[in-house]
Design a protein around this ligand. Structure first.
Ligand SMILES: [Ca+2]
Ligand SMILES: [Zn+2]
Ligand SMILES: [Zn+2]
Length: 227
């Protein structure tokens, strides 16, 4: 996989032709890797574009799978267990294909998405973060459903590259009155955040908090923190 990386424009990246995993379909691998990049681009001003056309030397980030001696790399993989992947700052990512990589939420195996998000974090310059909940924790924790880049990771990446204020092209609140089953009238607020044909919806009970969410992607953790 080849990807390019840019601050204002897209950065390109690519899965190396011979470096696909033998365990997931090529389509799944590309989808998972692009999801991993998207998770970082949603919380930073970085953009990544998959590039399968440019010559290898023009690509910023190359990703590939291999076992033992692999991809001309000077670090050998160690078979099943221990090391799952390695990455270089603003460079390449290699995954150890002796690991049982699986798609997100499969409930077994090693989540390729989690490992990829972690390794891309290193590519972007993040060190390990020794705090529960961070994707940059040095040891892999088994899959949990719907994992997110949490506020510590987001702070770390925004410390390096700045925030992503104004990335939403439209934000609006939908306010309505509803009658509960007990006949009480309550006011509900929903906020929609739109960007590039995607939207995020948040239901809020307290109006004043809405505007804290305007920067970056919202996670349920933000809401808990603010509460
Ligand atoms: Ca290994
Ligand atoms: Zn390697
Ligand atoms: Zn690491």
């Amino acid at each position: 996989m080849l990807y390019q990386l840019r601050h204002t424009g897209p950065e390109t990246c690519h899965i190396q032709e011979k470096g696909y995993s033998s365990q997931l379909t090529i389509q799944d691998q590309r989808h998972i890797i692009s999801l991993a990049f998207r998770m970082w681009s949603e919380v930073s001003p970085l953009e990544f574009v998959e590039d399968t056309f440019s010559p290898l030397e023009d690509v910023d980030i190359k990703l590939g799978f291999g076992t033992g001696r692999h991809l001309g790399c000077n670090q050998k993989f160690d078979g099943t267990g221990r090391e799952f992947a390695h990455a270089w700052f603003l460079g390449d990512v290699h995954f150890d294909d002796d690991e049982h990589f699986t798609a997100p939420n499969t409930g077994s195996g090693i989540s390729l998405l989690k490992v990829a998000v972690h390794e891309i974090g290193h590519v972007l310059g993040l060190p390990h973060i020794y705090r529960t909940g961070s994707i940059m924790q040095p040891s892999y924790l088994p899959q949990e459903s719907g994992f997110e880049i949490n506020w510590m990771d987001r702070k770390a990446i925004q410390h390096l590259y700045g925030g992503c204020k104004g990335q939403f092209s439209t934000v609006f609140d939908w306010i309505r009155k509803e009658r509960t089953q007990y006949g009480e009238v309550v006011i509900r607020f929903n906020t929609y955040f739109m960007r590039d044909g995607w939207y995020w919806l948040y239901e809020n009970r307290v109006f004043l908090y809405l505007y804290y969410f305007l920067h970056c992607r919202i996670t349920s953790e933000d809401i808990n923190t603010i509460k």
